[in-house]
Design a binder for this molecule. Structure first.
Ligand code: GAP
Length: 512
């Protein structure tokens, strides 16, 4: 695949559409911004990723259980959680283009441009730019010095303005940096305003009785409000976890970068309830565990890094992101947060119900602390797809291959009769019928076998099984490996064990 990261990103988007992984939502009506539909292959890949997460969390841990809470929740939930008052983005409009932007993103983009300029200078010295690299500050290159000083100053002003919620200072910074609207090219900006990210709707048929509801902006609150129900009905003892996957909705203003930032997306969250005082130990535990889980996908350990939060949300006493090297750079893939007892205490206060845990060992009642792991399924999908999609030069030709981890591939193998005659399709169909209760298979008898191989490479099928005339005589078939293109003969009765062993999830789960 194109090596330039922007080209790679474009290739991922067009490949996703061409092969039925992801389509723009309501495309015949010109689409709906930042909303996407998963196609026939995307839905399976997404399901396999969800299964990997669910099994790692629930099946592999005796003290973690899974639930499925509703998207609609009592409106007071969002008051208690702080989302009604504080789940905001700072917005600014350009008066000439009438386009709306996130003020913080305009500044971040400015910093990214500075970084690119520094990178250019650093590249001359054949090094990779790292903003935390101390030696850069000792550089004698005047341009590097100028850009670094600008970067430092911008970041300091930005941080102070955001931390003190000083929206005028954010606007002043945009003006001072001479940031222009990409559409109109002017600096004719409005004031900066806070904009709540929750979507609202109403419940009830009669307007006077209708109450405002929100589409949940995170799945976590469905876990908090059910924590005591689950603990009591499951007779769970601390420490224990509750896992959940499901849709979340945010009215993102800067909705771009394909499925990286969507308005409707899916989260996979686990709240781990622990004894107060033990939360930092568990925070470190889950940090290590979650990174290991990502690395087990086999995409390359160098594609991940931690980003520890310096400025913590008021309810957290530690937080970090696992970042992934997307085609547009390292960005957040998963968040790990030590949320203290903030959420449970807030729900106790707003509901008036006790949510304390009774510790039978110490004979005490207390509110557990919570360590949360939260990963976006769509972001994970994008990470897997962009790291797997490759373009390879083979002799005079190129081939597009998606080197998906085999256990995630939508089809584990394709069954291909060499010819559409002489009893080969019949033999192939019998083989398909015997294997398909166990393994996801694709059957294809159209085109030359070479073209069929290429199509399977492009959708990430790890193995192609070709049925030829010899198969009719001795029941052997050819098995072709996606990544090496190596072929070997195998008895058809050995296929089930081979495919289960090489494309199943069990081996991967053993390491998480
Ligand atoms: N309960 C904690 C929470 O929601 P978050 O950092 O806001 O934390 C967690 O979200 C994860 O959800 C992110 O790391 C990201 O993977 C995913 N996510 C958040 N907003 C998203 C969006 N607009 N589109 C796609 N994924 C998103």
């Amino acid at each position: 695949m194109a090596q330039h990261s922007e080209d790679l990103f474009k290739s991922v988007i067009s490949h996703a559409k061409e092969y039925g992984f992801i389509f723009p939502s309501s495309e015949i009506y010109d689409g709906l911004s930042a909303v996407y539909d998963y196609g026939q292959l995307g839905a399976v890949l997404k399901k396999n990723l969800r299964d990997y997460w669910w099994k790692s969390m629930v099946q592999m841990h005796q003290n973690i259980v899974g639930i499925d809470a509703s998207i609609f929740m009592h409106p007071t939930v969002w008051k208690a959680s702080g989302h009604v008052d504080a789940f905001n983005d700072p917005l600014i409009d350009n008066k000439d283009s009438k386009k709306r932007y996130r003020a913080d993103v305009l500044i971040e983009d400015y910093v990214a441009k500075l970084d690119a300029k520094i990178q250019q200078e650093v590249e001359k010295a054949a090094k990779r730019f790292n903003p935390f690299d101390e030696t850069l500050f000792k550089s004698t290159n005047p341009r590097i010095q100028e850009y670094l000083a600008k970067r430092l100053n911008t970041m300091e002003r930005f941080k102070t303005a955001m931390e003190s919620n000083d929206l005028n200072a954010v606007r002043d910074l945009i003006i001072d940096l001479e940031i222009v609207c990409p559409v109109s090219g002017t600096r004719n900006w409005t004031e900066v305003r806070q904009f709540n990210l929750m979507f609202s709707t109403s419940m009830g048929s009669v307007s006077e009785e209708a109450s405002t509801l929100y589409l949940r902006p995170e799945t976590a609150q469905g876990i908090f409000v059910n924590y005591l129900n689950v603990q009591k009905s499951g007779r769970l003892k601390l420490p224990f976890g509750i896992a959940q996957t499901g849709k979340a909705f945010r009215n993102e203003i800067v909705a771009r970068q394909f499925i990286f930032r969507m308005r409707e997306f899916e989260q996979m969250e686990m709240q781990f309830f622990v004894k107060p005082g033990s939360e930092m130990e568990w925070y470190e535990h889950w940090k290590t565990k979650r990174l290991q889980w990502h690395i087990r996908l086999g995409l390359g350990a160098n594609l991940y890094r931690f980003h520890d939060h310096v400025k913590l949300a008021h309810y957290a006493n530690a937080a970090c992101d696992i970042e992934f090297n997307f085609p547009f750079g390292f960005k957040e893939l998963e968040g790990i947060h030590s949320r203290t007892d903030f959420d449970l205490k807030q729900h106790e206060q707003y509901s008036g119900k006790k949510l304390q845990y009774f510790d039978s060992e110490t004979n005490q009642h207390y509110t557990p602390y919570v360590v949360e792991t939260s990963v976006g399924l769509d972001r994970l999908f994008l990470a897997v797809m962009s790291a797997s999609l490759k373009e390879e030069q083979i002799e005079q030709d190129t081939r597009t291959v998606m080197q998906l981890p085999p256990f995630l591939a939508p089809y584990k193998a394709a069954i291909l009769p060499l010819l559409k005659k002489d009893g080969l399709p019949e033999f192939s169909m019998t083989l398909l019928k015997s294997l398909q209760p166990y393994i996801e298979l694709f059957y294809d008898e159209k085109d030359t076998v070479g073209k069929r191989y290429r199509r399977q490479d492009a959708i990430g099928t790890p193995y192609c099984i070709t049925v030829d005339h010899q198969s009719l005589e001795d029941s052997t078939v050819t098995i072709r490996y996606r990544d090496t293109m190596h072929q070997e003969r195998m008895h058809s009765t050995a296929l089930l064990a081979f495919l289960t062993q090489n494309t199943g999830m069990a081996t991967v789960l053993q390491g998480v």
